[in-house]
Design a protein around this ligand. Sequence first.
Ligand code: SF4
Length: 342
Amino acid sequence: MLYLTDPEGLDEVLGDQPAYRADQLREWLYHTPVLTVDEMTNLPKELRDAIREDLWPFTVDVTQTADRGRTIKWLFRCTDGSQIESVLMGYSNRTTLCISSQVGCAMGCTFCATGQFGFDRHLDAGEIVAQVAYANAYLAANPIPRSPERVTNVVFMGMGEPLANYDNTIESIRRMTDVMGMSARSITVSTVGFVPGMRKLIDERWPVYLAVSLHSTIPSERTKLVPINARYPIDDVIAAASDYYAAKGRRISLEWTLIAGENDSELEAEGLARIARQIHAHINVIALNPTPLSTDKPPDRDHVNRFIATLKRHGANVTLRDTRGQDIDAACGQLRLRAESS
Ligand code: SF4
């Protein structure tokens, strides 16, 4: 599997081919990715035949589009049969890819379809990077109208807790930046508050953005929604986020999935605004994309607007995110859930 090989180790895979073949192959894999080996036109046919089955470390089980073709979701099947998801979203000034870092997730957040499955395994760095390369290859063949024809932004917000798969996440960031040429500023690592990983990330050389999913500021309530809060309490999470901001100068995002009757009160909004002011963070609020495994629902529009208004009244910078691709199960884990239950 080509993406499961270190980019610098491709020479060994190619055996007695001339050295420049590895450069050509690296170019196809990381700079101008193509969907099939046959499009690698400067490689000899015998070599293309030899690597034909080794291009992607997954096959595509399902491709779904929504939002008039501006959101595309893939359910990939890895070589061991595991399924992972990626979602591509085209905007006027950027094309953002949401990628998975694990098969399943051990964090068990109650409102999340992936959390309900439990944890299967970590993704290899190559399986993480291949999601970006595949999206680039797909975009080259099927551009989204009026959006950049390459992935401009990567967010680790798909299946899994990336900081619990620390080494593979970091190696994938190295390949995206050093090999693919993406800016670290176009990459966002999202965590539910895995404090040891947050602290290690401070010492890395990449100034990636850090998004911290809070979902509640009241410790007992947060533990119900985000069980890892019992191990890494919210105060430690906020302290680590604050230190990351101080070290990197990258504004922290606080992510908040709004759930009716759970975390949509005035008290929660005031607490969230207070934390955001304290660590100079930006708040992203998104109404819950409901999953069939939970009875949780998003609040109605008026309630969402009131929550946002309270945040602003208390001096917070906040963006209400649209729930892209609701009709294609775009929230993390939902497509896999649908595929397994059909
Ligand atoms: S919300 Fe993220 S951290 Fe929580 S269970 Fe789902 S994938 Fe894991």
